[in-house]
Write a protein that binds this ligand. Structure first.
Ligand code: HEM
Length: 216
């Protein structure tokens, strides 16, 4: 095994800040929705708006970072070994089988992670953020008589936004469970905190490497 630097400083900052903001937005958002009572409706709505601007700024910086560092290539989807990965998570890991794909600095994600994270970035986050912005400016757009939102009722904006919130919570639960399926139950979480993770040696990797290396 060798110690490899997998997650860079900004990546870790962005990951944990995004996670905290999404959890806080879920707490305040579902209070606005009427699911529970923590801050009181007024405060919850105010906190939700402030946190949502913070998330928007963070997402803009993260998009910029992914583009300039070339890290966006980590998310290029592939079907190679996808079936093996699904079978591993469904059965193999419970029988103590080896991971079907190997992690390297140039290819940190297995085929299933690539697909799921790509959908998270291109569908789930945009759905929640765009519907949230439409929600926030619904009245303003109405008053200015802007076509953008005229035909979309507040009810349907709220529906899509709440759906986004629900799906994000499902993602969060499954995501946290999946982080425990690394070499040890905490190795993936530790890697996202320190940046470093124990990976198989180069030679061993060359023999076993199943994911295509990506040139960054
Ligand atoms: C940039 C991101 C977001 C924006 C701009 C945004 C904006 C809004 C706005 C304007 C409202 C109406 C309440 C109010 O007037 O303050 C709202 C409600 C809500 N938000 Fe968000 N939000 C965002 C992210 C999230 C996230 C990440 C979640 C959950 C994980 C979430 C869950 C909810 C829920 C459940 C409601 C209540 C919907 C209803 O019952 O009508 N929001 N959001």
């Amino acid at each position: 095994m060798r110690k490899a630097y997998i997650y860079k400083g900004f990546e870790r900052f962005w990951h944990w800040t995004q996670a905290s903001l999404i959890i806080f937005l879920a707490l305040t958002g579902f209070e606005v929705h009427g699911t529970f009572h923590i801050f009181g409706f007024e405060m919850a709505a105010r906190f939700h708006r402030v946190a949502s601007w913070m998330l928007i700024v963070l997402v803009v910086f993260a998009i910029f970072w992914h583009i300039v560092t070339g890290e966006w290539r980590q998310y290029i989807p592939t079907t190679k070994k996808l079936k093996d990965q699904i079978l591993y998570y469904s059965f193999g890991m419970f029988k103590g089988e080896k991971h079907p794909t190997k992690k390297t600095e140039l290819s940190k994600m297995n085929p299933l992670q690539r697909l799921v994270y790509l959908a998270f970035k291109l569908i789930l986050v945009p759905l929640t953020v765009i519907s949230g912005i439409l929600y926030m400016f619904h009245k303003t757009f109405d008053q200015n008589n802007m076509v953008v939102i005229e035909d979309v009722s507040l009810g349907s904006v709220a529906f899509w936004h709440t759906l986004g919130g629900f799906l994000l919570m499902i993602f969060l639960i499954v995501h946290v469970y999946m982080t425990t399926t690394g070499h040890t139950p905490t190795s993936n979480i530790k890697a996202m905190i320190t940046g470093y993770e124990e990976l198989e040696d180069e030679d061993e990797e060359k023999e076993n490497n199943n994911t295509e290396d990506i040139k960054l």
